[in-house]
Design a protein around this ligand. Structure first.
Ligand code: ADP
Length: 340
């Protein structure tokens, strides 16, 4: 659906030349949720803006449904049924307009008849659960509510693709979670493809099924989230993975595991240096109900951090195991049961 092919972009000023993107290629299929992760300055926003035709590549091209963006007219991209919606870290709402008016903007730009605008805005307000706020001004809303308005506005024209530029970076963890849930719902219920730029691995793990890791204008690793974070090849990916350990595993479980020499040694032996092949189950405790009777184990090594979450039939309950394996199978993740 979106093909980014050998794209390079350079920003030249009197002071310096920045190679914001260097030979970046990425193919995004319809219905996927991609996370583009990297530290500040890696080129993530430039890449996202390029997908939205807000930047033009110096080399390479971006194709939407097999046709180069450069061959689309402005009207095709922005007028009519706008195919790409975008949301932002700072929400980008018009402060002097009400929630209703903010959401109606793209519809007015489209010359949508007034009665259709009203119906569509009501529908969107219900979808983002802001029915009671339609006459409020942005300054009367919380950060999470503002982002919901941003999302409703981005969805107003029924786009097929939603681009999210650090959409949760200005929000606290609970609000982040509720916005990510909403994005997942948008993907599942409306079938909208999502590309999400972030510097937070937790965001990628929470809702993305694919990830591209960016560094110095290049994509240095890409693939299924479970594979990339389960077996990080590049130092930068390993750095991201390392930051997540306390977050992924409850403290108590880490402590249990550290005490559990037998499990630790066995897992370490079994998976060391051969992580991908053994199909590490990554961050699975976030996605399926974890019951205490299923033990998720992690292996942490000093040099090469491997965070693997394995289903260990330790004090195994069949029910939890069934839930876990069903999840894995439905996501086409090969897995291995480790009896300790
Ligand atoms: P990220 O989103 O990963 O933080 P960006 O894509 O915003 O990275 O920026 C990548 C690099 O390109 C940075 O060094 C940034 O300063 C530079 N850059 C981005 N946009 C422009 C611009 N319009 N003019 C000059 N330099 C830019």
């Amino acid at each position: 659906m979106i093909e980014i092919s050998h794209v390079s972009k350079r920003f030249v000023s009197d002071v310096q030349t920045v190679e914001a993107l260097r030979d970046v290629s990425l193919t995004i299929e319809k219905g996927q949720i991609w996370g583009i992760i990297g530290f500040s300055g890696a080129g993530k926003s430039t890449l996202l803006r390029m997908v939205n035709a807000l930047e033009v590549p110096d080399q390479g091209y971006v194709k939407l449904d097999g046709r180069k963006l450069s061959d689309y007219t402005e009207g095709e991209l922005r007028g009519g049924r706008k195919r790409i919606g975008m949301i932002f870290q700072q929400f980008n709402l018009l402060e002097s307009r009400t929630v209703y008016e903010n959401i109606a903007i793209p519809l007015r730009l489209n010359h949508t008849p007034a009665e259709q605008i009203a119906a569509r805005v009501e529908e969107l307000l219900a979808f983002v659960e802001l029915e009671g706020k339609k006459d409020a001004y942005p300054w009367q809303l919380s950060g999470g509510q503002k982002q919901r308005v941003g999302i409703a506005r981005a969805l107003a024209t029924n786009p097929e693709i939603l681009l999210c530029d650090e959409a949760t970076s200005a929000l606290d963890p609970d609000t982040t979670e509720s916005i990510l849930q909403l994005l997942a719902q948008i993907n599942q219920q409306l079938g909208i493809t999502i590309i999400l730029v972030t510097h937070q691995i937790q965001v990628v793990q929470r809702i993305c099924n694919r990830v591209a890791v960016m560094e110095n204008g290049q994509i240095v690793e890409q693939g299924a989230v479970l594979d990339v974070f389960g077996n990080p090849q590049r130092p930068i990916t390993q750095r991201f993975v390392r930051t997540v350990i306390p977050d992924v595993l409850p403290e108590s479980l880490v402590a249990d595991l550290q005490q559990e020499e037998r499990a630790y040694k066995l897992l370490k032996l079994r998976f060391q240096g051969n992580v991908a092949k053994e199909n590490i189950l990554y961050n699975i405790n976030r996605r399926i109900p974890v019951e205490s009777s299923v033990l998720f184990a992690a292996v942490t090594e000093l040099q090469h951090v491997v965070l693997g979450i394995f289903i260990v039939k330790f004090i195994g309950s069949e029910k939890s195991l069934a839930a876990a394996t069903e999840y894995l199978d439905s996501h086409e993740v090969a897995w291995q049961e480790v009896a300790v």
